[in-house]
Design a protein. Structure first.
Length: 164
């Protein structure tokens, strides 16, 4: 049932609970309760997704961060910043990827310098977005167990939000 709720909201975040309930063959109250639990457990977040470049923000970039030690403290700090809308610890060339949205390139330089000044940061590489070509959030929902929790969702419950 959680999978059906998530997939319906990925298609249309404003889908009425009554319509979702009808499609799933359950009551509207059941959908409301499951939705609230999914949000409370940080498995689901329904929000309006915009194109920052189309809204007048002149600088959007992905910043690759290499750390000199464990990436968690650096990722935790950057995740607190309003300008960082996406922070992920990765395997590969970079330890952390950070997506930044800001008013102009001067702001981007300031944020990049803030990252470089953090303890544990060895280096950064900035990838300035020129145009947003594709941005989707409709990958579906993995199979959920009886409690609506998967191994993937365990990270979300641990405090890492997953957007829809």
């Amino acid at each position: 049932m959680d999978k059906g709720i998530i997939e319906a909201l990925q298609r249309n975040g404003r889908e009425p609970f009554r319509r979702i309930a009808d499609k799933l063959g359950v009551s509207e109250a059941t959908v409301r309760a499951r939705y609230a639990r999914l949000c409370d457990d940080h498995i689901l977040q329904v929000t309006g997704v915009t194109n920052p470049l189309g809204l007048g923000f002149e600088s959007q970039a992905m910043i690759g961060v290499r750390t000199s030690g464990p990436p968690d403290p650096v990722a935790d700090e950057i995740a607190r910043w309003d300008e960082a809308d996406y922070v992920v610890v990765t395997a590969g060339q970079f330890d952390i990827l950070v997506e930044i949205v800001c008013g102009d390139r001067r702001d981007l330089l300031g944020i990049t310098n803030r990252i470089r000044a953090l303890d544990g940061v060895a280096s950064t590489e900035t990838f300035l977005y020129l145009e947003l070509w594709k941005q989707l959030y409709d990958w579906g929902a993995n199979e959920l167990d009886g409690d609506g929790v998967t191994d993937v969702a365990a990270n979300a419950i641990a405090g890492r939000e997953v957007g829809v």
